[in-house]
Design a protein around this ligand. Structure first.
Ligand code: CP3
Length: 345
């Protein structure tokens, strides 16, 4: 049965008549059923650590739309929390955490092997999902890439330009590198456990890769991804990995080859035609519909969806957005996107 899952076939390099489809943040606030379950759980983090409810919200978009993949409901910031960082979410503002910027603060973090105590409920969510998902649906696990997670740990919050992380990189390279190395090693342990629990694919979210330029991109986006992917593939031969170095621009070129990723996810700052010529030549790509179409809908959504499907139709492709769906999206537009993709053969 596994061989027939469309997502796995695309990840193995097959060009399918219509691309399989899923959507970043597909379990989220645009769905009334998500908002109801989240209210039942209390806050967002309680939902992440409640395995039954986290599995429930993961399944909601599968039931409603029949996506080809389900993505585990969790967050990239659970890993630093498991390493000992204090994490909370300010309503309407986003994540806040205790900062890690000094050698002493880095040394106070836990060992990579000590993360599972906190993260066990996440693995339990994966186990529930691998029992409950339809046979044709692929289960995707994920983690944040070290650089992106480090930007939150160093600043203690989200930042527009990742200034604090760039500043620490310049002022105290050893501590900065120490944070990256700890996250690289801990991410291997975290994703390995997700795979053992039943994740069939894993994705690395490097949402802020675009602010790394030149050698920094090699050192802190490419190199950690390469290490993580090599370690995962050694432990779990054949496990497919999707890498998402968001806003990498021209650095998307060759990223799969350089890191060993099976698929590169692209945002919508590059055109599908450019992606076909420069990225898809190396294997599967995923993306790149602008999320605002999920808010605005209409003929523009249909036209843009068709254009992307056509541009990427000569190679392996997983249809997705260029970034997560936003809370103001209309669930009807998601349906329109899926119908358009599936009617595109
Ligand atoms: O894609 C999915 O549906 C799987 C679950 C998932 C979430 N976050 C759930 C979530 C995934 C893969 C993430 C990744 C994530 N989390 C990233 C990388 C991808 C990206 O979007 O760039 C980042 C940077 C985070 C950190 C994070 N989590 C932020 C900055 C926020 C606040 C912004 C917001 O949208 O509110 C979150 C919260 C969060 N993570 C929500 C969800 C569904 C919203 C929480 C709520 O219900 O209020």
């Amino acid at each position: 049965m596994t061989e027939q899952k469309k997502i796995l076939r695309a990840l193995a390099g097959e060009t399918l008549p219509t691309p399989p489809i899923w959507m970043m943040r597909q379990a989220g606030r645009y769905l009334p059923e998500y908002r109801a379950t989240r209210a039942q759980a209390g806050d967002f983090l309680s939902l992440c650590y409640n395995s039954e409810l986290a599995a429930e919200v993961t399944l909601q978009p599968i039931r409603r739309y029949g996506f080809d993949a389900a993505i585990l409901f969790a967050d990239i910031l659970l890993l630093p929390q498991a390493l000992g960082v204090d994490l909370w979410f300010e309503t309407g503002e986003g994540p806040r955490m205790s900062t890690t910027t000094t050698p002493a603060e880095l040394a106070a973090l836990k060992d990579k092997d000590a993360i599972h105590e906190v993260l066990n409920p996440v693995y339990e969510t994966v186990r529930i999902l691998s029992r409950e998902l339809p046979l044709e649906t692929t289960l995707i696990g994920f983690a944040g890439a070290p650089w992106t997670v480090a930007t939150y740990m160093i600043a203690g919050r989200g930042t527009k330009d990742q200034g604090p992380a760039h500043a620490l990189k310049a002022a105290d390279r050893a501590t900065f590198q120490g944070i990256i190395d700890l996250l690289t090693d801990a991410t291997v342990e975290y994703l390995s456990k997700q795979i053992e629990a039943g994740a069939e694919v894993v994705k690395l979210f490097d949402s802020w890769a675009g602010s790394l330029k030149g050698q920094d991109f090699d050192d802190f986006a490419l190199e950690p991804a390469k290490k993580i992917i090599a370690a995962l593939k050694e432990r779990h031969p054949g496990i497919p990995v999707i890498a998402f170095p968001r806003e990498a621009g021209e650095r998307y070129v060759g990223f799969a080859k350089a890191t060993g990723a099976d698929c590169v996810a692209v945002d919508n700052s590059v055109t599908a035609e450019w992606v076909a010529e420069n990225v898809q030549i190396d294997g599967c790509v995923q993306g790149n519909l602008a999320s605002h179409h999920m808010v605005t809908g209409g003929q523009a959504l249909v036209d843009e969806t068709r254009r992307i499907v056509k541009a990427l139709s000569n190679g392996p492709h997983i249809f997705n957005l260029g970034h997560g769906i936003t809370p103001d999206a209309d669930p009807e537009n998601v349906k329109l996107m899926i119908d358009t993709v599936r009617a595109s053969a």
